[in-house]
Write a protein that binds this ligand. Structure first.
Ligand SMILES: *Cc1c(COP(=O)(O)O)cnc(C)c1O
Length: 225
């Protein structure tokens, strides 16, 4: 199937749910990205800052660039002028830096807190206590150039759909708990809106479990080199 056909298939599978597709374009060529753009899909996810910046310069300006991979503090400045949503906020110091660089660019950058949900110790992310520390930090109200709009998580790398479903339920549960508690909401820097979960192997499970955004790459383009 062509890129356009793969995207159409995934869009139709997602149609019954309230989950939007972010096409993960890391390692793919400019021509491949242009094929995606030609379908009308404008949410692109990248995990390397340098690659996102290079591509952003060559591609149509209506594309919404999502930073989905681990973000180093010293690289925030390169994406701050244009990034649409940072999915991978995993520390208070990163949030401070995003706020600073967003202020320099006169904008508010939307962010998700990346939560650790996998049964693996290789993935980045916050646990519930660490997330609450950020959400309850009295200085959060002063970070006027960021807005936390939800959570992101990655399930374990496993073939076991029950385990993946369990991990997505855990993320959705955290989201609902923070939302019910109005965690961080008094700071005016938090609104509980988005759950970024689901990748090529598990996007349908994620959509069924309440994802609002799935991040899909290889199911569209084939395996990465
Ligand atoms: C690469 C990546 C994806 C997409 O992975 P696929 O298996 O190719 O769909 C999603 N989320 C993050 C954070 C990634 O790094």
């Amino acid at each position: 199937m062509s890129i356009a056909q793969e995207i159409a298939k995934i869009q139709s599978e997602l149609a019954p749910y309230s989950s939007r597709l972010v096409v993960v374009t890391k390692t793919r060529s400019i021509d491949e990205l242009l094929s995606v753009h030609a379908t009308g899909t404008i949410d692109f996810g990248e995990n390397r800052v340098q690659e996102m910046v290079d591509k952003q310069q060559h591609l149509p300006k209506d594309i919404r660039w999502h930073q989905i991979g681990h973000l180093q503090t010293n690289k925030v400045k390169y994406i701050a002028p244009f990034v649409h949503l940072i999915h991978s906020v995993d520390s208070w110091s990163l949030l401070i830096e995003i706020n600073k660089q967003a202020a320099k660019n006169n904008r508010v950058i939307p962010c998700l807190l990346q939560m650790y949900i996998a049964q693996e110790d290789t993935k980045f992310g916050l646990d519930k206590r660490e997330a609450l520390e950020i959400l309850q930090n009295p200085d959060l109200a002063h970070l006027e150039n960021i807005q936390i709009i939800g959570l992101m998580g990655m399930a374990s790398f496993t073939e076991n759909p029950k385990q993946i479903q369990q991990e997505f339920k855990q993320l959705k549960g955290l989201f609902e708990m923070f939302k019910a508690q109005n965690a961080g909401v008094d700071s005016k820097r938090v609104i509980w809106k988005e759950i970024s979960m689901g990748m090529s192997g598990d996007y349908l499970i994620a959509a069924q479990e309440g994802s609002t955004m799935v991040r899909v790459g290889s199911a569209i383009f084939g395996p990465r080199a």
